[in-house]
Design a protein around this ligand. Structure first.
Ligand SMILES: Cc1cc2nc3c(=O)[nH]c(=O)nc-3n(C[C@H](O)[C@H](O)[C@H](O)COP(=O)(O)O)c2cc1C
Length: 169
């Protein structure tokens, strides 16, 4: 019943260095530390992405918006880099690692793999964020601008975005 923790934000994980590029969709992504900036992602061992993260020791967490939903769906329902032909995403060089970033994403976090551990049916990969790039309009004043339609996953093929209405304490 992991859905009890939903809705969850949805991200794209790029892997494969600069040679075997692949993208998969992942909900199970979290911040682990701010200084140093570290993130974790749970990836099932049968994913092609799992093999590539282990092989290259790096990955990129890309932040998609609603406009990228079709790509999010393809990346999350097909396995292997042939899916890239069906996707509209374009790849741009990352600054600190060989694995590419996604040009259309509103942020890209370049991660160096620092730890991994198997928990049940997933491997938790821990990455130190060596560099990040982002769309300044989408993160105005160091916070997400909700006009940018950040994606969250409800279940199966159902996604939502956030209402642009802040409740202040
Ligand atoms: C919205 C969504 C979220 C997903 N989240 C995860 C996740 O957190 N971890 C995971 O291992 N798979 C997750 N998946 C499944 C993978 O994205 C899917 O199996 C994909 O085809 C793997 O691609 P690959 O084999 O090319 O790496 C998710 C799928 C969708 C549609």
């Amino acid at each position: 019943m992991y859905r009890l923790l939903y809705p969850m934000r949805t991200f794209l994980i790029v892997s494969g260095g600069d040679e075997e590029i692949n993208v998969m969709t992942a909900d199970w992504v979290t911040v682990l530390s701010s200084k140093p900036f570290m993130v974790g992602v749970a990836v099932a061992p049968k994913r092609y992405t799992h093999r590539l993260i282990e092989k290259y020791g790096e990955f990129v967490v890309s932040v998609p918006t609603l406009e990228m939903l079709k790509d999010v769906w393809i990346a999350g329902t097909r396995s292997g880099s042939k899916k890239l032909e069906k996707m509209g995403a374009s790849f741009i060089d990352s600054k600190k690692i060989a694995t590419k970033s996604i040009g259309e994403a509103v942020a890209n976090l370049e991660c160096n793999l620092v730890d991994k551990r198997r928990y049940g049916d997933h491997t938790f990969f821990v990455g130190e964020v060596l560099h990040y790039t982002y769309n300044e309009a989408a993160f105005r004043n160091s916070k997400p601008n909700l006009k940018y339609n950040f994606l969250a996953h409800v279940a199966l093929n159902e996604f939502v975005t956030f209402e642009d209405k802040i409740h202040k304490m």
